[in-house]
Design a protein around this ligand. Structure first.
Ligand SMILES: C[S@@+](CC[C@H](N)C(=O)[O-])C[C@H]1O[C@@H](n2cnc3c(N)ncnc32)[C@H](O)[C@@H]1O
Length: 424
């Protein structure tokens, strides 16, 4: 099948042939020889269809990410490993939520951040906010060597001095593409740089390029420690709070269920478990909250930020398995909200004007959400995405979305951080 036929088939099955020409052009970059990428794209479209997301409401930036980035950041692009992609400030709303929970004002709360990624930015952010908590970050990919090149791009390397992972200094689409256009070459370049720096170490702590050996140790304090390991594979005493973010999106539902059982065994009575996903500045957040009560793990809430109904990145659909229960649940709520015409008219009136004002993926002349301004740097764009969500919440659209869901028979409120929260 040609790439054109492949795209036409997806367009017909999921969007009634309504995808725009620029969107389809971006998709033409998809590698037809990567089964995992094609399956991912089809799954993404199936979830969009489930959420009643129309072709006009999918930003062109999504097609750009699907067309080029996915092949590079899916586990299939990293020899099957889950890449430790992370960002500082990613869990700002999740931290705020904890601050507002019954644990927020307590001292010596034991918290586990599992699948914390590397560098463990999000764990460090949380430790800064709760200096009196005992926080443990756990990840199977904590490296022996952390290497920065002269541009600030970094790589992690194992004890055999083999590159495990690398990431651009600023993980924008363009920067990823630059590093990943020659995957093997970039790996070799980092491995050669490691040899060079081990022979001629730099003395300045922040010099570029530089190598850090066993870099996780520099982050440890009396209240913050890190362990190598994963769900079901690490020895840890029972915790008050467990957070597992942007990890279970890589696994199937049987693994998710086994993980729940392991979390239950590692939570104290009354403990809280947060499982979900999000993107920069806690945009596109969704998560389930569980409590351990009378020895049992009970799901108490499913919450999401309102930008999940018309996202910029692809987090709300980023599932690596068809049976991803959290994505299905999110798409159920998204479809109920998107089916309410009066709500959507109000949403578009505000949000489309804000996209135009901030110049972030505004509608084009044919009414399709467009792509990013190539002159806008990633930080400016991410900041804009966070303000767009704030704009929706400030206008009370999160409360109105909660009303829509309530009218469909659910028990819904807006939680302490402005997320629409379905209670059970
Ligand atoms: C996308 S990163 C998420 C990092 C961070 N939690 C965040 O939200 O930014 C996913 C992390 O999950 C880790 N991981 C992979 N398999 C795991 C497992 N079985 N248990 C725990 N973590 C795992 C990977 O090493 C990777 O660092």
């Amino acid at each position: 099948m040609s790439i054109e036929d492949y795209i036409a088939d997806l367009d017909q099955r999921f969007f009634q042939n309504q995808l725009s020409a620029p969107f389809k052009t971006e998709l033409k970059q998809l590698p037809l020889d990567r089964k995992d990428v094609l399956e991912f794209v089809e799954r993404t479209f199936r979830f969009m269809h489930m959420g009643k997301v129309s072709a006009k409401d999918i930003s062109l930036i999504t097609a750009q990410a699907l067309g080029t980035l996915m092949a590079r950041i899916l586990p299939g692009g990293w020899e099957g490993k889950v890449p430790p992609v992370t960002l500082p400030g990613r869990h700002i709303a999740m931290d705020e939520l904890l601050k507002n929970s019954e644990f927020g004002q307590k001292e010596n709360v034991d918290m586990l951040d599992i699948g914390c990624g590397f560098p463990p930015y999000t764990t460090l952010d949380t430790a800064k906010l709760f200096p009196n908590w005992n926080i443990t970050g756990v990840d199977p990919s904590l490296p022996l060597y952390l290497l920065y090149d002269d541009q600030g791009n970094y790589a992690t390397l194992d004890e055999n001095k083999q590159t495990v992972y690398f990431q651009p200094a600023l993980p924008s689409l363009e920067n990823w593409n630059e590093l990943l256009s020659d995957y093997e070459g970039t790996k070799r370049r980092f491995e050669a740089l490691l040899e060079e720096l081990l022979q001629n170490p730099t003395t300045c702590r922040y010099a570029l390029p530089r190598v850090e050996i066993n870099p996780i140790l520099q982050h440890e304090t009396a209240k913050l420690r890190f362990k190598n390991g994963g769900i079901g594979q690490v020895d840890i005493e029972p915790q008050d709070v467990i957070r597992c973010f942007n990890v279970l999106i890589y696994f199937d539902n049987p693994f998710f269920e086994r993980a729940l059982s392991w979390f239950s065994d590692h939570l104290k009575e009354g403990g809280m478990l947060l499982i979900g996903a999000n993107w920069t500045g806690s945009s596109e957040s969704y998560y389930s909250i569980y409590r351990k009560l009378k020895g049992k793990l009970i799901k108490s809430e499913f919450a999401f930020s309102l930008d999940c109904i018309a996202p910029f990145a692809i987090i709300p659909w980023y599932a690596n398995h068809d049976d991803d229960a959290q994505t299905k649940e999110l798409m159920d709520y998204v479809s109920r909200i998107r089916s309410d015409d009066a709500f959507m008219q109000e949403f578009y009136a505000l949000h489309d004007a804000d996209r135009k004002r901030l110049n972030i993926c505004a509608r084009d002349e044919n009414g399709y959400y467009g792509g990013p301004d190539p002159n806008m740097g990633p930080h400016a764009m991410w900041g804009g995405i966070v303000s767009l969500l704030q704009g929706l919440n400030d206008a009370g659209l999160n409360t109105k979305a909660a009303e829509v869901l309530k009218a469909s028979g659910l028990n819904v409120t807006v939680n302490a951080v402005g997320h629409v929260s379905v209670a059970f």
